[in-house]
Design a protein around this ligand. Structure first.
Ligand SMILES: Nc1ncnc2c1ncn2[C@@H]1O[C@H](COP(=O)(O)OP(=O)(O)OP(=O)(O)O)[C@@H](O)[C@H]1O
Length: 235
C-alpha cells in the first residue's frame, strides 16, 4: 500500500506586504511521512508553525519549496504544484480537515452542513442526512438544533458540528487542528473514540492537540516542529 502522505523539504515564509515586504521565515526543511492507520501529532510551542504546516498540506497556504506528495485516486500528486481543480478534488476525496472553528454557511442547517461532504461525493441526500444525524447524536448535539444554521451555536456546539462534518467521509488522510479545544470531558472522550476508529479503518491522521491528556491518548508519534525552525537551518 502506498504511503498516504509524504512531506519533503518543505519551506514556508510569509511576505508582509504592508510592512515593506518583510519576509518572515516560518518553517524550513519540513520532512516526514504518514502511514495508514497512525495518528501523528505536531508538537512545539505557540508560533512554531504547526497550523501553517497543516494549512500547506490542505492547500490553504502556498508552499515556497519542497513537496507534499499525496496518494490521490491511485496517483501520486504534489500539492505544492497542483492546480486549483486538483486541490478541490483532493479535498473532496482524499484529505479531510477539521479546523478549530466552523465556517458557518448562512441558512444551511447543522444537519446539512454535516451531510454536505458526503453529498459532494455523490451520496444520496437521505442517506447522507441519516449519517449526519447519527454523528450529531453521537456527539450529543441536541436534536432541537439539527434544523438550525450553526452560526448562533455555542463554541462547543459549533466544534461538534465541525467534527461531525470532518469525520462523516472516509478520506484516507485526516488533518485535525485542535478538534477538542472547546469540548467538555465527555465529548472529548467521544472524539478520542472516533479518532481511534479512524485509525483502525486505516486512515492516516495528523493533528494539533494542545490538550496534553488528549494528545497522550491519541498520538502514536509526536513530530517536533522546532526541528524545522528556519534559524536552525541558517546556523
Ligand atoms: N497568514 C499569515 N500571515 C503572516 N504570518 C502568519 C500567517 N499565518 C501564520 N503566520 C505566522 O507564522 C508563525 C507560525 O504560526 P502558526 O499558526 O503556524 O503557529 P502554531 O505553531 O500553530 O501556533 P499556535 O500553537 O499558537 O496555534 C507565527 O509567527 C505566525 O504569526
Amino acid at each position: 500500500m502506498a504511503t498516504p502522505l509524504v512531506v519533503s523539504e518543505v519551506c514556508k515564509s510569509f511576505t508582509m506586504h504592508l510592512q515593506g515586504g518583510i519576509r518572515l521565515p516560518v518553517v524550513a526543511d519540513v520532512s516526514f511521512s504518514l502511514a495508514a492507520g497512525e495518528c501523528a501529532v505536531l508538537g512545539g510551542p505557540s508560533g512554531a508553525g504547526k497550523s501553517s504546516i497543516l494549512k500547506m498540506i490542505y492547500g490553504s497556504y502556498a508552499i515556497d519549496s519542497g513537496q507534499v506528495i499525496v496518494t490521490h485516486e491511485g496517483n501520486l500528486v504534489n500539492l505544492a504544484t497542483a492546480d486549483p481543480r486538483t486541490v478541490i478534488a483532493i479535498r473532496r476525496d482524499t484529505i479531510g480537515y477539521v479546523s478549530q472553528f466552523l465556517r458557518a454557511v448562512p441558512r444551511v442547517s447543522a444537519r446539512d452542513v454535516v451531510a454536505e461532504p458526503l453529498i459532494a461525493r455523490g451520496e444520496a441526500l437521505e442517506k447522507a442526512r441519516a449519517k449526519a444525524e447519527h454523528l450529531l447524536k453521537r456527539l450529543n448535539l441536541p436534536e432541537r438544533l439539527w434544523d438550525l444554521p450553526p452560526a448562533t451555536f455555542s463554541g462547543g456546539e459549533q466544534q461538534r458540528v465541525n467534527i461531525a462534518r470532518g469525520f462523516i467521509t472516509d478520506h484516507p488522510v485526516l488533518l485535525l487542528d485542535e478538534p477538542t479545544a472547546s469540548l467538555d470531558k465527555a465529548n472529548r472522550e467521544i472524539v478520542i473514540d472516533m479518532i481511534d476508529e479512524k485509525k483502525k479503518a486505516g486512515v492516516a491522521l495528523l493533528g494539533i492537540f494542545h490538550d496534553q491528556d488528549v494528545r497522550d491518548v491519541v498520538a502514536d508519534r509526536i513530530i517536533d516542529v522546532t526541528d524545522f525552525a528556519p534559524h536552525r537551518k541558517a546556523a
